[in-house]
Design a protein around this ligand. Structure first.
Ligand code: F6R
Ligand code: ZN
Length: 183
């Protein structure tokens, strides 16, 4: 990957020498509380896509990666669209997130399951400390765009999130985004 890349601060859109990935509803198996509601949705529905500039080799310490996540608005049952969420495979790595557009929440969870959440609106800057899992939730009616910068050796560990989830789920209750304990 080269330095031939652009980043639009108004939208978060990147162009040039970038990587792109998309996550659809069928990829989110087992992550929402209401699995029947997830299965009832068109399985190719886009939940989020990520653009990134990975100038260094993944897994090698010393470099930085840059990217934008675009999370669609939507619900699975009463639970808002969200990212899978992950710990970094290399636990001793932190990350910055910054909200570019939309409304949402960032969930942060320690390895012992203590979960806190931060409200996201444009301009919010969030530091994700080492050893904390992180997940984005779109609580608005428009795309949530969040920029990020993370170490090239961070990696992703999705396993424990798939098994246990986060300490809270974010649901639309009486029209209001509400963090409720994950049973
Ligand atoms: C990188 C990072 C983000 C996420 C992205 C998608 O360390 O935190 O770029 O990878 O928001 O979320 P996940 O990886 O949880 O599917
Ligand atoms: Zn991360």
């Amino acid at each position: 990957m080269t330095d031939n890349v652009t980043f639009d601060p108004a939208t978060g859109l990147m162009a040039g020498d970038i990587q792109q990935s998309q996550t659809v509803i069928k990829d989110m198996q087992g992550l929402y509380e209401d699995e029947a509601a997830r299965l009832a949705l068109p399985q190719e529905t886009a939940v989020y896509r990520v653009q990134s500039h990975c100038r260094e080799q993944a897994g090698v310490a010393g470099g930085l990666f840059w990217g934008t996540s675009f999370l669609s608005p939507g619900l699975v049952g009463d639970e808002y669209f969200m990212t899978k969420g992950h710990f970094h495979g290399e636990r001793e790595t932190a990350e910055y997130y910054f909200c570019i557009s939309g409304q949402g929440m960032l969930l942060l969870m320690t390895e012992s399951g203590e979960t806190v959440w931060k409200t996201l609106s444009p301009g919010a800057l969030c530091y994700i400390p080492r050893r904390q899992a992180h997940r984005l939730v779109n609580t608005g009616d428009t795309t949530l765009a969040v920029g990020a910068c993370w170490p090239s050796n961070a990696g992703h560990d999705y396993g424990s999130i798939r098994q246990k989830g986060f300490g809270v789920r974010v649901k639309k209750i009486n029209g209001v985004p509400t963090a409720v304990p994950n049973q």
